[in-house]
Design a protein around this ligand. Structure first.
Ligand code: HEC
Ligand code: HEC
Ligand code: HEC
Ligand code: HEC
Ligand code: HEC
Ligand code: HEC
Ligand code: HEC
Ligand code: HEC
Length: 443
């Protein structure tokens, strides 16, 4: 037996053709804009259910788990070592390679949540349940990304990384990585930070600046991470402790303000239920009054932020009424994939009138406003939501400074100093320029 396998290994290394078959030349994208983008080889990993192409190299045959192990100890020793240390290897009977990848080496699959769900149905069902709370959320992450117009529209180089993060929906190894599948890894904040960092979602900065994160930084290395995320097990909470309470694999059932990008009424019946879930999370360690006060302050901060944003929005709308926004909707190149904007050009000011992707073909004053609500506003929210008040204050200072700068620009325009000149000539950027040609040729 053993000899036969070594023989196979030898045969394999003699054969230079071994390798992934790769995506077909004409592979199509997925989602609403499927016809407008082509997947890259990495999409085989990020969305394996849609894109993984089975190995069609010289390796042929059906194998039992022990045979996979024997050969892969030589071919991919790191994978086998990680697997041997995992609970999958130690459970009885062990969960062998074919459980996730199949037995036929010409038809191997990379596992999707559905594959894991064959043995972990409760966890997969919890993630699926997120969908009823709408976006954002992990279960919807892939479709939200590929359905964004700017994902299909912009040059590949600018959107190459989107699906690395948004693949959280299409595979289960984002937080407990393959092939250890170690919950201890997933409990730590670092498991989330590969994706939850940087503008417009500076969750890392907010958490590490909070009293909870500070304590983690000081003593987290001495905590026993093998313990489940339950009351009494950890002195201060990590991301997963708060957002996946008791190991619940859904992150959306408590979110009131969500991404922070819309104004929301925190007192609706549904939001009151969500708040109660938050209060019971904090109650693991704090008296109820601490949490109640905390959320009252968060809602106040949100009201202030939206007050500032609406003030500027009103100003821009007034400028639009006075025909002082240049380039105007008719002058500027329409957003390439936006058919409605071509037929019926109109300025779209702020979140409610247009999505983020609509803000690349506008004049400087509108772009400034976009920066306000997309970066400064979201940073202010994330700081406050995580108890990093100083961070939130800093972002509010920036909101104020931007608002003042926009008001000064508006005065300029009204005094006639800026009128008549589009601040940037955008036509070459969008419809006719190098940027668009590159996009058409490479996307
Ligand atoms: C005789 C040796 C041998 C045996 C037995 C073997 N493999 Fe492989 N396997 C390989 C080699 C070599 C590669 C790398 C092929 C390449 O890079 O072209 C590979 C690649 C893979 C890949 C990655 C391919 C992809 O499409 O992503 C997976 C997954 C895999 N094997 C799983 C298994 C499983 C599961 C079994 C048992 C059912 C198994 N292998 C049995 C040699 C073997
Ligand atoms: C519990 C499920 C599970 C088991 C068991 C499992 N794998 Fe995997 N394997 C995965 C996941 C998940 C991926 C990553 C898929 C992705 O990125 O889309 C993966 C990827 C791979 C790959 C792709 C190469 C890469 O770059 O990581 C190889 C090769 C592989 N596994 C081999 C094995 C072998 C050999 C065994 C047995 C020792 C094994 N796997 C057991 C879940 C499993
Ligand atoms: C064939 C069944 C099977 C499949 C398929 C499977 N698992 Fe498991 N998994 C198990 C068993 C059995 C255990 C051990 C449970 C126990 O001991 O309570 C386990 C344990 C785990 C654990 C806990 C490990 C620990 O150290 O406590 C994680 C995490 C996990 N699986 C994730 C996954 C993921 C992710 C996938 C898909 C990529 C997957 N499993 C696919 C059967 C499976
Ligand atoms: C592989 C990347 C990735 C990892 C790792 C990841 N997330 Fe996410 N998360 C996302 C993406 C992408 C979204 C937004 C998806 C969308 O467009 O709807 C998101 C959304 C969320 C939301 C918003 C839910 C809502 O309703 O507003 C929360 C909360 C969240 N994640 C918490 C976590 C926590 C806690 C961890 C670590 C235990 C984590 N995430 C790990 C990518 C990731
Ligand atoms: C570094 C990881 C990362 C990258 C790269 C990334 N995202 Fe996200 N994205 C996230 C996270 C995390 C959230 C959720 C933040 C929150 O809820 O606070 C998010 C939120 C979103 C949302 C808003 C939520 C929703 O469902 O409406 C959209 C749309 C989105 N991303 C699309 C994209 C597109 C398109 C790209 C590429 C241009 C991209 N993302 C790149 C991590 C990432
Ligand atoms: C956002 C991060 C994240 C993602 C994505 C994720 N997990 Fe987990 N997983 C965790 C955390 C955190 C724990 C530890 C929970 C605890 O301590 O109670 C865990 C633990 C587990 C366990 C260990 C035993 C248990 O039930 O508590 C299993 C099984 C598991 N996850 C399966 C899955 C499956 C299947 C998927 C894909 C549908 C998945 N996980 C995706 C974070 C994640
Ligand atoms: C002390 C508990 C706690 C910890 C720890 C924590 N968060 Fe939060 N997080 C919150 C609260 C509270 C909100 C605001 C909830 C709302 O809008 O209703 C929030 C908001 C978010 C959101 C926006 C979606 C939403 O639920 O509103 C994301 C994404 C997020 N946190 C990710 C993270 C990440 C990543 C970490 C770790 C780096 C982390 N959080 C640590 C409590 C926590
Ligand atoms: C697992 C226990 C635990 C949970 C859950 C928890 N906290 Fe804390 N929290 C602590 C500890 C411990 C400290 C003190 C940290 C330190 O040493 O500075 C703290 C500090 C704080 C502080 C700062 C108080 C001060 O005196 O400076 C606030 C505010 C706070 N938490 C709010 C919350 C809110 C809101 C939630 C729920 C969303 C929450 N905490 C969840 C343990 C927890």
């Amino acid at each position: 037996m053993r000899f036969a396998h070594l023989h196979l290994v030898a045969l394999l290394f003699l054969c230079p053709a071994a390798g992934w078959s790769g995506l077909p030349e004409n592979a199509r994208g997925s989602g609403e804009n499927a016809g407008h983008w082509q997947p890259d080889p990495m999409h085989e990993y990020w969305d394996p259910g849609t894109y993984h192409q089975p190995e069609t190299g010289p390796m042929a045959g059906r194998f039992q788990g022990e045979e996979c192990l024997e050969c892969h100890t030589v071919v991919t020793p790191g994978i086998v070592r990680d697997w041997r240390e995992s609970r999958h290897a130690k459970s009885a009977p062990p969960v062998l390679c074919p459980a996730c990848h199949g037995e036929d080496h010409q038809k191997l699959r990379l596992p999707t949540p559905r594959t894991c769900g064959e043995c972990h149905p409760r966890r997969v069902a919890q993630m699926e349940e997120e969908k009823k709370y709408g976006f954002p959320g992990h279960a919807l992450a892939m479709e939200r990304a590929v359905d964004s117009k700017h994902f299909a529209d912009k040059p590949k180089a600018e959107v190459a990384s989107c699906l690395q993060c948004h693949s959280v929906a299409t595979k289960c190894d984002s937080c407990h990585t393959r092939h250890r599948f170690d919950p201890a890894e997933a409990r730590r904040p670092e498991a989330c930070l590969t994706c939850h960092s940087g503008p417009p979602h500076p969750d890392d900065e907010a958490y590490f600046a909070s009293p909870h994160g500070q304590r983690y930084l000081q003593e987290g290395s001495t905590w026993d991470w093998s313990r489940p995320l339950r009351k009494g097990h950890y002195p201060t909470p990590t991301c997963a402790y708060c957002h996946m309470k008791d190991g619940n694999h859904q992150v959306a059932d408590k979110a009131v303000w969500k991404f922070g990008i819309r104004e929301i009424n925190p007192r609706t019946a549904e939001n009151t239920i969500k708040r109660k879930r938050w209060l019971s999370t904090c109650a693991d360690c704090h008296p109820p009054e601490v949490a109640r006060l905390f959320f009252r302050e968060l809602d106040t901060e949100r009201r202030q932020a939206w007050g500032k944003l609406y003030g500027v929005e009103g100003l821009l709308k007034a400028l639009r009424g006075e025909a002082l926004l240049r380039p105007s909707a008719r002058e500027r190149p329409p957003y390439p994939m936006d058919l409605m904007a071509r037929l019926f050009p109109r300025e779209r000011i702020g979140f409610y009138e247009g999505q983020a992707s609509a803000f690349y073909n506008v004049g400087a004053i509108e772009r400034d406003y976009f920066e306000m609500w997309y970066f400064d506003n979201l940073g202010a929210f994330k700081g406050m939501a995580h108890g990093a008040k100083e961070m939130s204050r800093r972002f509010h200072e920036r909101l104020d400074a931007e608002a003042r700068a926009i008001a000064a620009k508006a005065r300029h325009l009204r005094e006639g100093k800026g009128a008549g000149t589009a601040e940037v000539d955008l036509a070459p950027i969008w419809m006719d320029g190098e940027y668009t040609r590159f996009n058409r040729d490479n996307n």
